[in-house]
Ligand binder design. Sequence first.
Ligand SMILES: [Zn+2]
Length: 277
Amino acid sequence: MWTLPVPELSARTVYLTCISMSRPKAKTRLEALEEEVVNAADRFETAAVAAALHTLADLKAKPTDKADRAELKKNYTQRMSRKGHPGREEYDKLKAAAPLGRCPLCGHRDVETLDHQLPKTAYPLLSVVPFNLVPACRSCNTVKGETAPASAGEQTLHPYFDDVGKEQWLFARVHELAPAAVEFYVKPLAGWDTILTTRVHGHFRIFGLASLYGSQAAREMSSLRYILKRKAPSMVGDHLRDEAAGLAEEDPNLWRAVMYQALAGSSWYIDGGFALE
Ligand SMILES: [Zn+2]
């Protein structure tokens, strides 16, 4: 749900780099597919800009030849993501694009791999297309797996092309029962249309973000209890508000910023709820 700059790598260059050292038989086969890959990459970009990746379903059937499909997939698994292979430099460049190494899909865990926005098994022509490769943590990559959108609303957010804005859309409510807990939810912004709203809710659900943030918050609140117990009661609210403001300056949709904001807004928590176990 976090935006990244669109990679400046050309689909043709990356493709040619990946196939450059392949064995002669595979290379001949892959060279014959170059234009088809470049055309698919162009279509991907146009569709992604229009938030219409579901309209690319016909690419699933291409190419029809099984051996062609297998070689295209190997471009990623054997010629791009493997260390020491020709495309690895491009792989590393794409991976390094996420600020602070934070996964743009969950906004929390560390980037460890690249995720195919449209899966390589279903869309072998897109297996090494830079716009289709997004830095991601292992969990987000696994959760998404081989799923592909069948409708506009089913598209998970694409960090290069979708921008949900800088305003706050992530919120949390405090469960005012011991021990305190927070529950995260999405509040759509006024500028989001129906499809974007459906997509953001879907993204939040598919990647399990309420659960991820909720369990992280529970851990943080456990150590926060220790800190707050040592503060004068009149300072508890100020501490929470300062933390919330500082974190929101970095990004108002960080779960920690949202957690502190919610806690600062709960007089039950400030007036002693924080200490209850
Ligand atoms: Zn992630």
